[in-house]
Design a protein around this ligand. Structure first.
Ligand code: ATP
Ligand code: MN
Length: 482
């Protein structure tokens, strides 16, 4: 075969130039045709579209053509021609074909037909080869890039916070232990407790649930920082919005109060959505049609807005901002609450909001994204800034349609006495947090931050319904395959 530099299908389909010879490589999606001519739909992962390869059957060895089956990897040299029927401007007339990797059609799990998302989860090692998961992978990359671009343009520094941590202040009970101790033969103290002094780090350690506390340390010297790392939660909740391992973006800013924090969160989300609309339109169009196909089975009032329209809708509307107590009033007096339709009825101030309540506010009541602020202190973390009313804290949760909470954040308590008093109330050992408290001892200032769950964002942007489908290899209770 003549050696030519590989041309990517995305680049080929962008140009209308014809008459030249190119090399393309990829995986066969389908092959159809007759004794005279075959048409191969070739995909190389660079875009949603397949390249049509036209094969003049008499010019090729029959045995070679037989080996070109769905899933096979092939390399083709051929002439770029104007396309008459494939929906693309150009196609390739094959001159030379090499089968790089055969694919036994009787054994290949990905047949050229529609597979359920549940089935594809079981073959997550192959699902990148479908239109849906190719599109999601490309959008996911675009969103990662946009996150870094947004903060870089604003002058934020990206900080790598630790993945192994000895502080369990945030995630009591829902952390994964990290240890090299021998389970069969655990070292014990005289009192019979496990002796973590003999463990790898000389103390009990866990996988992090958030990079926030370390992010604060950096912000109180560098001004504006953000983390974008994996986080781990051993919560045994098998929902379509929770993973045991997920990625979180956590900006942390000195000199920001809660209003500045909300402004940043809204600007950030809109930037990401606009970036997707500006850069991922082909994939979004595909994902939109996929969603509409899926929605056909739903009742009319359960169908969601068309994907691209929904993204544009969020861009063109200001988010509603309102205190938790107002939201409780709305929910208390809402139809579903009065008719007992909520699984968790709202009886008043203090109720923790479940996703059904968050979605009611966003989808039914306001019909816009909502930022709730000033939650009761008893349902929020110790580090949130205490309001003067003595019962609420300067928390903010951003609520999105279909998702519920997409961002959780707050202004942080910068006053050492108030912070330590709250820690005492919540039984958080101040001695272990000496390093965190030092920031409040030495040059403490007003500061704020939040966490955006990256996969929740991905759910929103792709219109997918299950968080297991927007991360390549999901980790959930009882599943850690691949
Ligand atoms: P939820 O109430 O939905 O469980 P949370 O209150 O535990 O969320 P935070 O601790 O505030 O969430 O975490 C910040 C963000 O991380 C959330 O707004 C959400 O986007 C995301 N997030 C939290 N838990 C998970 C999870 N298990 N899987 C994926 N994303 C998550
Ligand atoms: Mn949670």
């Amino acid at each position: 075969m003549e050696q030519l530099r590989r041309t990517k299908i995305t680049d080929l389909l962008k140009s209308t130039e014809t008459g030249h010879t190119v090399n393309v490589k990829g995986w066969v999606r389908t092959k159809r045709g007759n004794k005279q001519v075959n048409f191969i739909a070739l995909n190389d992962g660079t875009c949603i579209h397949n390249l049509q390869i036209v094969v003049d059957v008499p010019n090729f060895d029959e045995a070679l053509l037989k080996r070109i089956t769905t899933g096979a990897a092939i390399s083709i040299n051929g002439e770029v021609c104007e396309s008459t029927g494939s929906g693309q401007a150009v196609e390739v007339l094959a001159k030379e074909i090499v089968v790089m990797g055969e694919c036994d059609p009787d054994k290949y799990p990905l047949q050229p037909k529609k597979h359920s998302l549940e089935f594809l989860r079981e073959i997550a090692h192959l699902r990148f080869r479908t239109n849906t998961f190719g599109a999601i992978a490309r959008v996911r990359h675009a969103m990662i890039f946009a996150v870094h671009e947004f903060y870089t343009k604003k002058g934020f520094l990206n900080i790598h916070t630790p993945i192994i941590t000895a502080s369990d202040a945030e995630g009591a009970g829902e952390m994964f232990k990290v240890t090299t101790l021998d389970y069969e033969n655990l070292p014990r103290t005289e009192e019979g407790q496990i002796n973590y002094k003999e463990d790898f780090f000389g103390k009990a350690t866990n996988l992090t649930v958030s990079g926030q506390l370390e992010g604060e340390l950096a912000a109180l010297a560098l001004g504006e920082v953000y983390t974008f790392g994996p986080t781990f939660r051993a919560e045994n909740s098998n929902t379509s919005r929770h993973l045991a391992e997920f990625w979180m973006i956590e900006p942390e800013m000195a000199f920001y109060d809660l209003d500045d924090n909300m402004d940043l969160a809204e600007e950030f989300l809109k930037y990401l959505i606009k970036y997707a609309l500006d850069n991922c339109m082909d994939d979004l169009k595909f994902l939109s049609s996929r969603l509409q196909e899926e929605e056909k089975n739903k009742k009319a009032d359960e169908r969601t807005m068309e994907l691209i329209e929904k993204l544009q809708f969020v861009l063109s509307n200001d988010f509603i901002r309102l205190p938790y107590s107002d939201a409780i009033d709305i929910l208390k007096n809402s139809k579903p609450n009065k008719k007992g339709k909520f699984k968790y009825p709202i009886d008043g101030f203090g109720s923790d909001l479940q996703s059904e309540h968050e979605r009611y506010l966003v989808e039914k009541h306001f019909k816009k994204p909502v930022i709730l602020t000033d939650y009761p202190k008893d349902i929020k973390a110790f580090y949130m800034k205490q309001n003067d009313d003595g019962r609420t804290v300067r928390a903010m949760d951003v609520l999105f349609p279909q998702i519920g909470e997409i961002i959780g954040g707050s202004q942080r308590e910068e006053d050492l006495d108030k912070l330590t008093a709250r820690m005492k109330e919540m039984d958080i050992p101040a001695e272990e947090m000496w390093w965190y408290l030092d920031t409040r001892r030495f040059g403490s200032v007003v500061h704020s931050g939040f966490g955006l769950g990256f996969e929740r964002l991905m759910l929103f942007v792709t219109g997918m319904g299950n968080i297991r489908d927007v991360i390549p290899f999901p980790r959930t209770p009882k599943t850690a395959e691949f």
